[in-house]
Write a new protein. Structure first.
Lengths: 500, 666, 99
């Protein structure tokens, strides 16, 4: 397929078309700016559906490999590929972006043009991360997502936005620089940056794989975020605008977990195997720590931010269980977390738009005043808490079952202690729900709040639908990612065998 | 989508998903279109949905009489990841049909009752529009409970298990802006959910162990491998059964996780009747009964279960004696009776346990509903009656038994059905409770004499506190104007009461000594059922104990009834501290608060402030400050003076040239 | 005359020039010292050219003188511009790039 027609390129770079269209508009044409961006993101979503259909039809991953830069015999190529894992992430990205845009229709009123442009660039960067199969290309897109996010937080954010934006940027950058070192090292050793080739010739850098694992691992761990590198997240989430929070929680955090799955496991399987209990241990700490600290927050967005730390701890545990159930559960939980936590931020955002405060004490009795938001908020809370029948349970349960029986972890204690997270999740989530929605209406300002508008419902509806759909019929997602999962498990297991 | 390979022995079996789907349709109808319906239509839809579920259950039971070995109907595969395969599959066998009938049967009656009750309640609380929501939640409950009892694998059971927990939360906190300080109901609901979650944690661990050892959650698959696993991995079965017990103590309100149930009385009375008396709380008993092949192999677990049940039975009974809220007495009574059931299934007397489950559903639901009728009467008369009395301050608590008295003349129908329920609960022959309790006592006597003694004591106390309650509420003279003007409740409230009363009286026939209908029916599922004996000595003894309890209650409360609502309970003086303990539920909640909740909060605060903000964030911010300090330190090199720069250049040149010269000269 | 004498003189002149650049605050004196450094270099070039009987050293002096002239022109123009705002040609006062 030629460059112009390949679906991956089209999907990946379509947001640029929107970006260029926005350049032609003026700041004053706010409505046009919003519509152009929305349409661009919807078209991108449509294109990603097309990519999914192609993948399901062909049965094998899509691939596109073109030459780009060459340094003697060392090449950086434009190598894009989509397997089940990438497609799940791609769909999550292109699904959440239009919803995030729609949710922020009235919230952002100044410098709308800049906001929309950054949003499209961000979408492109995120898609690039999930589709790149060349190490340098991956790194470029990885860094590419930092700049729009920096501006989105720093310009359109809350009071401490500069601090939060700079903190976010520096934390992530520090990790990425280590990753760059590792990439250059690998490139020089193996004389190629192409991921599939590198997986096949692992022995070339096999002696240094512990260090390489650490270098990549730190970059990804900061992004996930794993305890104790998580402290950028609460500030970033609190200060970011609603749409920014939705995308940050929904997609950007997944880039870290994706990185582990795409790079650390296949390229450094022996190191993975050796370090798995340690990583799982950190994950368990993250699960419990995030839940306990979330319980004591007074700012509802910070509460949800810490809940993300907890939920993504489950994802990390699943990944490092190195079992089919664990990894499948982790991937499906990546999707689920994007949906549930994205929806939670939307609910919080709607409340913030009305009352301009995020303090838990400022609310109370909202279910009486806004019954529809209360009902939808309850569904999203339950999804986050992992109620069976909703999406969260499917991921959490498979992760825990996989971790319990995992030979790599070697002990049921990881899963056993993490299961306490189930209790703790109920504690902080129901605490939040009670503080915000239940009880009498204490503050007079709350009594006059209007319930959800059509636009706001339109944004939440698809997410709620998916929450039920994935909870009751998760099998299609499992089927989609199964070849990728099997591939990963196989690589790690064959390395384990070779070790002994 | 039908995945089961074996052909249906009877086409009726294919109806089983409808026990779940009909209530779901009911709730969706009320949810989407209910705003346009009037109250009667909403109530009718919900009741018909529950009734429809009952009809399907009856059809399934009839089909089972022809094929008693049962059938598993698989609809589709829920999850399939490598070795983990879980289906949405329904199990129709004698045990599940008993549960289905109880849940949907009693459930339908309660739905009908609730139409009348909630009509009053939503007006009493000033929110007529919330009527619809109540019935949506009730239908959701029926659907979830049905999933629980028809599940053919443990994971699907867990879905129903948590589902009923959710419905419990929604219904306890139905009046979420009311209660103590406006938050009391919401807090009670949260307590219920979280305590249940602790139990669920136990059940989850059991499930993990199950998958690890058996590779499946399906009942048939697991039970078939019990022998093999008991040999090869001896720790598995004890661990699994004991963790499962933790789940049981949560859902079925046993020690140590029973504390949510008394608080759950904050919900409207139909909720207490349906969820916290008749059905949801029995899920734990059902779980142990269903897992009988697992427990049979682990005597340690069986003993533990039996002891937990027996201790809970006596402990809760003592608390019930000291309560003065009509619903709290019934709540602790429920915990106590659940203790009987749990003890029974722990001892291996599954038929006795299930029998008591069924009879208890009848008379406890009856008692709660009748208590609701009493409360309605008290509320109404406080609102409409008492003409000419300007009660500026808060009126008398309609649930406080001290404010009642003499109601048998004011609400005769309620009185008679209440009496029937109370006698059945106390275990007076020939009402239903006598037979079911007797079977349990018989089993206990041969299992463990101490447990037998505990249960006999609990039975005595049961009769005593029920006698106390009936006497305080219905006999003597009305103690407050509210009681003075109480009136009987409308038929939509009283008819279900009559039906339940009949069931309480006649329910003993289900497993009458000699015919043992239920026993034979359940034999097809349990396979290890012993023929229930009828030991005259024990039967006579338990009857005597019950009558003794009632007699002593009459001596204390009946002969000289209290006349003032503020008078102290006659037991308070003689028992002193003991009575305080009973009235204050032995301070268990306070102990939990001090030993578990407060330390947790302190720990959470510690993690949040000094650790997270101080240390971890501090490291990040500290690095930033360090960098800034460094940069300002080095920045001092840039003095801005050109001459300094020139000097630096000179020094640099001299050094480099000097070094090169030195090298050249060597 | 031995080469050494010329080189010694050149070094002394250069050093004096360097000290002048570093120690004097007046910009014009700095430029004069700079000229001295240039001339010291010129002297060295010519001395070597004479010693080794080659013309290239002497030619190079022309280059140096041209560059010196150009540099002084630019430098003096800068000083005039600065004097307009600062009313002083004290080099130490041009320290706004501090830190």
């Amino acid at each position: 397929m030629t460059l112009a027609v390949h679906p991956l390129v089209l999907t990946l770079f379509f947001p640029l078309v929107g970006f260029l269209a926005l350049l032609l508009l003026k700041e004053g044409q706010k409505s046009a700016l919003r519509w152009v961006t929305l349409i661009a993101s919807l078209v991108t979503f449509g294109l990603s559906i097309w990519v999914t259909v192609l993948f399901l039809q062909n049965g094998k991953p899509l691939d596109m490999d073109l030459p780009w830069l060459a340094f003697g015999d060392l090449e950086v190529r434009l190598h894009l590929g989509a397997d089940g894992l990438s497609i799940a992430m791609l769909l999550l990205t292109t699904f959440l972006t239009p919803l995030a845009l729609l949710s922020t229709w009235t919230a952002v009123q100044d410098r709308v043009k800049g906001f929309m442009m950054f949003f499209l660039l961000l979408e492109m960067g995120m898609m690039g991360v999930f589709l790149a199969l060349d190490l340098v290309l991956f790194y470029i897109f990885w860094e590419f997502t930092l700049i729009p996010m920096l501006f989105l937080i720093g310009v359109w954010g809350g009071e401490r936005r500069i601090y939060a934006a700079v903190k976010f940027f520096l934390f992530t950058m520090a990790g990425s620089v280590l990753m760059l070192l590792a990439i250059i090292f690998i490139g020089f050793q193996a004389r190629t940056f192409s991921l599939p080739e590198l997986v096949g010739m692992r022995e070339v850098f096999a002696e240094s794989q512990m260090l390489l694992f650490a270098a990549f691992g730190i970059a990804f761990a900061i992004k996930v975020p794993m305890w104790p590198l998580h402290s950028w997240l609460p500030d970033a989430h609190v200060e970011a605008p609603t749409a920014g929070s939705v995308i940050l929680a929904g997609v950007l955090l997944k880039m870290g977990a994706y990185g582990f799955l795409r790079f650390n496991l296949p390229l450094f399987p022996e190191a993975t195997r050796t370090l798995a209990p340690w990583m799982a241990g950190l994950a368990v700490i993250g699960i419990l720590y995030g839940a306990i600290v979330a319980f004591r927050q007074t700012d509802v967005k910070k509460l949800v931010a810490y809940s993300s730390v907890s939920h993504l701890g489950f994802v990390m545990l699943g990944i490092f269980s190195l079992t089919p159930q664990g990894i499948s559960g982790a991937i499906i939980q990546m999707v689920n977390h994007g949906l549930s936590t994205g929806a939670l931020f939307l609910v919080v955002g709607y409340l913030y738009e009305r009352r301009h405060t995020r303090q838990l004490d400022a609310f109370g009795g909202i279910w009486k005043v806004m019954p529809f938001l209360g009902a939808l908020g309850l569904i999203v809370t339950l999804s986050s808490a992992g109620l069976p029948g909703l999406n969260g349970f499917v991921g959490e349960f498979t992760i825990l079952v996989g971790s319990f029986s995992s030979p790599a972890l070697g002990s049921g204690w990881f899963a056993g202690i993490s299961a306490l997270g189930v209790i703790l999740a109920a504690v902080y989530l129901f605490f939040m729900f009670e503080k915000v929605f239940l009880g009498p209406v204490k503050h007079a300002e709350n009594a006059a709040l209007k319930d959800l508008t059509f636009r706001e419902t339109l944004v939440l509806a698809p997410i709620i639908a998916l929450i039920f759909a994935i909870g009751l019929f998760p099998q299609p997602v499992f089927d989609l990612i199964q070849p990728s999962v099997d591939g990963l498990v196989q690589v790690v297991q064959s390395a384990m065998l070779a070790l002994h | 989508m039908l995945l089961s390979e074996t052909a249906l022995p009877d086409p009726t079996f294919a109806l089983v998903p409808w026990v779940v789907l009909i209530p779901v349709i009911g709730l969706l109808l009320n949810l989407m279109l209910g705003r346009r319906f009037n109250e009667k239509l909403v109530g009718a839809i919900a009741s018909l949905a529950a009734g429809g579920s009952f009809v399907v259950a009856v059809l399934l039971t009839l089909a089972l009489t022809r094929h008693p070995e049962g059938f598993t109907y698989t609809v589709f595969t829920w999850m399939a990841v490598d070795g983990l395969v879980v289906d949405w599959a329904f199990r129709v066998d004698t045990l599940s049909t008993v549960m289905m009938l109880v849940v949907s049967g009693v459930g339908t009656l309660i739905h009908i009752y609730a139409i009348g009750y909630m009509h009053s309640d939503v007006r009493h609380n000033g929110e007529p529009a919330r009527f619809r929501r109540f019935f949506v939640f009730l239908n959701l409950f029926i659907a979830s409970m049905m999933i629980l009892v028809t599940a053919s694998n443990y994971l699907m059971l867990f879905v129903g298990w948590e589902g009923v927990g959710l419905c419990s939360y929604l219904l306890i906190g139905f009046w979420f802006e009311k209660g103590k300080d406006g938050l009391g109901n919401a807090k009670a609901a949260k307590k219920a959910f979280i305590v249940n979650r602790i139990g669920d944690f136990g059940l989850l661990i059991a499930l993990f162990i199950m998958f690890f050892a058996f590779g499946s959650f399906d009942f048939q698959t697991v039970f078939a491998q019990v022998e093999r696993v008991a040999q090869s991995l001896p720790w598995v079965l004890p661990a699994m059964t004991l963790f499962m017990l933790l789940g049981v103590t949560g859902k079925s309100a046993q020690i140590p996780l029973y504390v949510w149930l008394p608080d759950a009385m904050a919900g409207p009375t139909p909720v207490s009747a349906l969820i916290h008396a008749a059905t949801m709380v029995t899920a734990g008993v059902y779980l142990v009964a269903r897992s009988s092949p697992l427990y049979e192999v682990v005597p340690l677990a069986q003993n533990t279960v039996a002891w937990v049940g027996a201790l809970t039975a006596i402990f809760a009974a003592t608390i019930a004696v000291g309560q003065r809220d009509i619903k709290k007495v019934l709540a602790y009574s429920t915990i106590s009776q659940l203790g009987f059931m749990v003890a029974a299934v722990g001892m291996g007397a599954y038929v006795a346990g299930i029998f008591h489950l069924v009879t208890h559903a009848f008379f406890k639901a009856l008692l709660f509903l009748a208590a609701g009728s009493v409360i309605l009467g008290m509320e109404h008369s406080a609102e409409h009656g008492a003409h000419g009395h300007a009660h500026g301050h808060a009126e008398a608590d309609p649930q406080d038994m001290r404010n009642m008295g003499g109601l048998r003349k004011k609400m005769p129908l309620t009185f008679w059905v209440y009496l029937a329920g109370a006698l059945a609960l106390a275990g007076v022959a020939p009402l239903a409770g006598f037979f079911s309790k007797d079977e349990i006592l018989t089993a206990a006597q041969s299992f463990n004499p101490t447990i037998f003694v505990l249960l006999i004591l609990a039975a005595f106390l049961t009769a005593f506190y029920m006698g106390r309650q009936v006497l305080m509420v219905f006999f003597g003279k009305p103690r407050t104007p509210a009681a003075e003007h109480a009136k009987e409740s409308p038929p939509v409230v009283t008819i279900p009461l009559v039906v339940l009363a009949l069931l309480s009286v006649l329910g003993g026939l289900l497993n009458f000594p000699g015919s043992h209908t239920l026993g034979h029916w359940l034999e097809h599922t349990f396979h290890t059922v012993e023929e229930g004996h009828f030991v005259w000595a024990i039967a006579g003894g338990s009857l005597a104990v019950a009558l003794l309890g009632i007699f002593i209650a009459w001596l204390i409360y009946g002969r000289k009834p209290q006349t003032s609502p503020k008078a102290h309970d006659p037991l308070e003086a003689p028992l002193g501290g003991l009575f305080q303990g009973m009235a204050r539920k032995w301070w268990v909640d306070e102990v939990y608060q001090a030993v578990i909740i407060r330390p947790f909060e302190v720990f959470a605060d510690f993690l949040t402030h000094p650790v997270d903000l101080g240390v971890i964030d501090g490291i990040g911010n500290g690095l930033g400050s360090l960098t800034r300090a460094f940069s300002s330190l080095w920045g001092r090199l840039q003095t801005g003076f050109v001459r300094t720069y020139a000097l630096t250049i000179l020094l640099g040149v001299v050094t480099v040239l000097g070094y090169i010269t030195y090298l050249a000269l060597r | 005359m031995p080469l050494f004498y010329y080189l010694a003189l050149s070094v002394i002149m250069f050093t004096i020039g360097v000290i002048g650049v570093i120690l004097r605050r007046n910009a014009l004196v700095t430029f004069m010292s700079l000229e001295m450094m240039f001339n010291a270099a010129n002297l060295a070039f010519v001395a070597f050219a004479y010693h080794y009987q080659t013309l290239s050293g002497q030619l190079f002096v022309f280059f140096v003188m041209t560059v010196a002239a150009a540099e002084v022109a630019v430098g003096l123009a800068l000083m005039v511009a600065i004097f307009r705002t600062k009313r002083s040609i004290d080099v130490d006062q041009l320290s706004s790039l501090k830190g």
